[in-house]
Design a protein around this ligand. Structure first.
Ligand SMILES: C[S@@+](CC[C@H](N)C(=O)[O-])C[C@H]1O[C@@H](n2cnc3c(N)ncnc32)[C@H](O)[C@@H]1O
Length: 308
């Protein structure tokens, strides 16, 4: 039976992404190339390929198992799609190697996929026990257990505070250091329990959400990867080509906003739309992940000296 991919990862703001990449720039080149740099299960790419019969897609993801899922989903589109396992920071090298033309669109849907978050053996889950791993690319050397067991107390506290927004970062880090001197952390369950013990069960979200988010960001170097992605889009996009970037927390969105604002000042980008887009109430109701999603769009403007 063909899997219903929307059951495993529902793409957020799909209509808005299609509208942005398909028309709000200086019109889509009918034979243009779109780079989906965080392909995931391929939901956004599938919509783009269906809506615009003459575009082609290069889809990349650092996670080989997710890429396999997308391969099955995008099979009906044949050679209009090329899938490659690759980190965002390796994308520029890949495009050079493939000798592609300048893409007319770049899509980034940052963060992790539900397929990763909801599989306990991948180690992202605080709801179900699993190995404390969190690597999206299995070739990465550092796991979440390495961070938890080797970083010093102050660095852990700073990580939880800055990358997760955890206000109780200092007592959590102190308790981790105290406990790991007796036995190292290897399981998500033990870490989640510790955080619940310190933070208590208040509020709507699970108390370990912020610490787990911070660890995931450190393990996968998400901040560095985001910046590398935006720089790659600026370097490669065709004149009038469109960037669509979806972030899932305020720190991530701040980075995108700052990059684009500075790019507008350099006359490299035009914000389009001017304000970020959020999911409709209806979408938020159907898909809770969409509640924190923020989509920003911008058109690449190349002055005469930049156009070949
Ligand atoms: C939110 S999901 C994308 C979902 C996708 N848009 C869809 O419609 O199914 C993010 C994906 O980006 C991938 N990813 C995250 N950071 C990456 C990076 N630095 N390089 C390559 N892929 C990355 C993850 O492995 C994950 O599959």
């Amino acid at each position: 039976m063909t899997p219903d991919f929307n059951d495993v990862h529902v793409p957020v703001l799909a209509e808005e992404v299609v509208a942005l990449l398909g028309g709000s720039g200086d019109t889509l080149d009918p034979s243009g190339l779109i780079v989906d740099a965080t392909l995931g299960a391929g939901g956004h790419s599938a919509s783009l390929l269906e809506c615009f019969p003459r575009i082609r897609v290069i889809g990349t993801d650092q996670d080989p198992s997710i890429l396999e899922c997308a391969r099955k989903r995008l099979e009906p589109h044949g050679d209009r799609v090329r899938l490659v396992q690759c980190r965002i920071s390796e994308l520029s090298r890949l495009l050079r190697k493939l000798r592609t033309e300048r893409p007319v669109g770049f899509l980034f849907d940052f963060g992790a996929s539900s397929l990763q978050l909801d599989t306990p053996s991948r180690g992202f889950s605080f709801q179900e026990d699993g190995p404390l791993d969190m690597r999206m690319d299995p070739c990465r050397v550092r796991t979440a257990a390495d961070v938890v067991n080797t970083w010093d107390e102050e660095d852990l506290a700073d990580l939880f505070y800055h990358e997760g927004g955890e206000k109780r970062s200092r007592p959590i880090a102190a308790e981790i250091v105290r406990c790991r001197s007796r036995a190292a952390f290897h399981r998500t369950g033990a870490l989640a329990e510790l955080v619940v013990r310190i933070v208590g069960r208040t509020g709507k979200i699970h108390p370990a959400t912020r610490v787990f988010q911070a660890l995931r960001r450190a393990v996968n170097e998400e901040g560095e990867e985001l910046l590398a992605g935006l720089e790659t889009a600026e370097h490669w996009l065709a004149d009038g080509g469109v960037l669509a970037a979806i972030s899932f927390h305020s720190g991530e969105d701040r980075e995108v906003k700052h990059f684009l604002r500075e790019g507008v000042a350099r006359d490299c980008w035009r914000l389009e739309p001017k304000k970020p887009i959020q999911a409709s109430r209806e979408e938020q109701r159907k898909n809770p992940r969409a509640r924190s999603a923020i989509l920003r769009g911008a058109v690449r403007v190349r002055g005469e000296d930049e156009c070949e």
